[in-house]
Design a protein around this ligand. Structure first.
Ligand SMILES: COCCCN1C=C(N)c2cc(S(N)(=O)=O)sc2S1(=O)=O
Ligand SMILES: [Zn+2]
Length: 260
């Protein structure tokens, strides 16, 4: 069922004083109101082609844990959907709460999920590097996938099992064979809208693709996410939880759906 609990959390210092982007007109995340979304019949399914051998390592950047990929070739790409050309997979990461009542960044008709996965890709046809692309209006494409509590996600367990090795901020571990497509739901339906990074530099460079169906993970898998730390070795330990940005105003944007 839906949980409408207020999220009265004490957010990560990143969000202590909500960072307003001067002139921000396309900030993320947003609440997706299903009845306001516009069906676009031309929106084809999104096509991902990920090579598990491009997986490099996993690291704790003090805000989430990132699984990073070798983006020096077109081996791991996303194409189709709202995208005019292929984008290269750079990394994926998650956002989650201190409990199962909240944790996602986007919401659907105000429904929050316990966590949200972001697969970050950059426009290799228009820009030379990822760093350049994150500063450009159509530089990035991020696929968002909601996580809900249910049966154990077997393929995710390989990742969960090595999280303790990146418990502290700045820790990095070799992680060199993972098929990120196992984290996508089987249903191809999605919403898409123009938005931004949800962490600094908050640049308005993201074509968001939010999958309609969540994937299932079990509570013990999310519990391991919550055992990670925002803090580095030697610092006073702070559990990595509630690493999501508050909802942002939709301004005059339209969310399009690939389904009726
Ligand atoms: C070299 O600059 C790196 C800064 C930008 N990056 C860092 C993030 N925290 C981040 C968050 C992202 S999110 N939550 O909007 O998907 S995408 C992304 S990112 O593009 O990989
Ligand atoms: Zn994210």
């Amino acid at each position: 069922g839906c949980s409408y609990k207020l999220r009265n959390v004490d957010l990560h210092p990143l969000w202590k004083g909500e960072i307003d982007v001067p002139g921000g007109s396309r900030q993320s995340p947003i609440n997706i109101r299903i009845r306001d979304s516009v069906f676009h019949p031309q929106l084809a399914p999104v096509h991902t082609q990920y090579d598990p051998n491009t997986c490099l390592h996993i690291w704790n950047n003090g805000y989430s844990f990132f699984v990073e990929f070798d983006d020096s070739t077109d081996k791991s790409i996303v194409s189709g959907g709202p995208l005019e050309n292929p984008f290269r997979l750079k990394q994926f990461h998650f956002h989650w709460g201190r409990n199962n009542d909240w944790g996602s960044e986007h919401t659907v008709d105000s429904r929050v999920f316990p966590a949200e996965l972001h697969l970050v890709h950059w426009n290799c046809s228009k820009y030379r590097t990822f760093e350049e692309a994150i500063m450009e209006p159509n530089g990035l494409a991020v696929i968002g996938v909601f996580l809900k509590i249910g049966k154990q996600h077997e393929k995710l367990q390989k990742l969960v099992d090595i999280l303790p090795s990146v418990r502290y901020k700045d820790a990095l571990t070799e992680f060199n064979y993972f098929d990120a497509s196992c984290l996508l739901p089987s249903c191809v339906d999605y919403w898409t809208y123009s938005g931004s990074l949800t962490t600094p530099p908050l640049t308005e460079s993201v074509t968001w693709i939010i999958m309609k169906k969540p994937i299932e993970v079990d509570h013990s898998q999310l519990a391991v996410f919550r055992s990670l730390l925002f803090t580095a070795v030697g610092e006073e330990e702070k559990y990595m939880v509630d690493n999501f940005r508050p909802l942002q105003p939709i301004m005059n944007r339209t969310v399009h759906s690939s389904f009726e």
